[in-house]
Design a protein around this ligand. Sequence first.
Ligand code: PEP
Ligand code: CO
Length: 451
Amino acid sequence: MAKLPTWNPHSWQALPASQQPAYPNPSEVEQALAQLRRLPPLVVPEEVDRLQNLLAEAAAGKRFLLQGGDCAEQFKDCTAEAIADKLRVLLQMSVVLTHSGRRPVVRVGRIAGQYAKPRSSDLEKVRGVALPSYRGDLVNGVAATEAARRADPQRMVEAYFHASATLNHLRALIEGGFADLHHPERWELHQPSTKAYQAVLEQVKESLDFLSALGNLERGALERIDFFTSHEALLLAYEEALTRWVPGGGRPGELGRGAHYNLGAHMLWVGERTRTLEGAHLEYLRGIANPIGVKVGPSATPDGLVKILDLLDPLQRPGRITLITRFGVDGIQEALPPFIRAVKRAGRQVLWSCDPMHGNGIKTESGLKTRHFEAILGELRKAFEIHREHGSHLGGVHFELTGEAVTECIGGSSGPSEADLPRAYESGCDPRLNGQQSLEMAFLIAGMLRG
Ligand code: PEP
Ligand code: CO
């Protein structure tokens, strides 16, 4: 590969950057970015490195990645209840995966920063009027007015503060014992939990009693958990402003005197629409020390993906790359094997994850976006099988979900039907699994993990 020009946090600016808003006033943008650059980081490099180590273990088959949260977080949902609900559902799922799937889980939320959305068109028609598309609360407002849809740079500062309030609450809940395995009742969802889940809790409790009877429990080991944050690295000016030089950072011997980290989240991913080799997004991501997710969908090619791996991870750092495939239940059988073969041929170890949401979206006749539980499950089953058949393994899953009792996806054993969807459809963007559907999914995945 030809030698690349030197990277720095703003080297992406020389390359074409898709999906960036047109801000009317550049000096307002500069003011907002200057403010962000002065503010303290949201996470610390030690946490980022720790996540990378855990992802390396997942790539080696010793752990399983559970990544999930809203399609798009909205500032209005930065409430104690909504944050706790998301933590609850991810905790419940991880207990099921660890206990029934026999695999320790790495929990990564799509949370505390998932505020920017790629759009297929700059304009959208609302009731016959063309308005700038809603690009997420980081950029503009969802209300269908010209004023709300204006890209406002001050929203980057607001996003930082909402992310920090969200993360502060998550950290306080976890530090305060919310995740304590001795008290799973703290993470009961509003919907009644199933007998299967209660049975898992009973067994977990018995195991804990047994271990403490043996005097074998390290204090703190069960009361506290790791929880990490992630979002799509989409709005590059914002990501750049949260990028910091960390003296002594990076892996020993590799980056020398230190490294740049994005300290706005532990993990960042690049989406299907911005994963362009010559584009600004990959240029930005190649220089930061964080673990990176790469969405791999119908627009990717196996050769192109190997080039992306060379660009993002020339030193082949364990845990650096998570490939998140999203082909849809009807596309995965044909699409996935060539990617597995190409990555193998290139001699690379990556963490393979599956996003069974983004390739399975449909619209109902009344125009609501939804997804079928069966299609989501079907893509996951196939992902497990295909990896096994090709001497690889699926080491993680990526969901759009919420702990709340929304009616956005169809199906599951007690799930909404198409006619039920309007009852509690709250997503500002894509449809999410609700609490019960998520937990049911965790049981089904645990079964697949056991093989
Ligand atoms: C997403 O994960 O929110 C998303 C937009 O996915 P993709 O880039 O895979 O379409
Ligand atoms: Co989405």
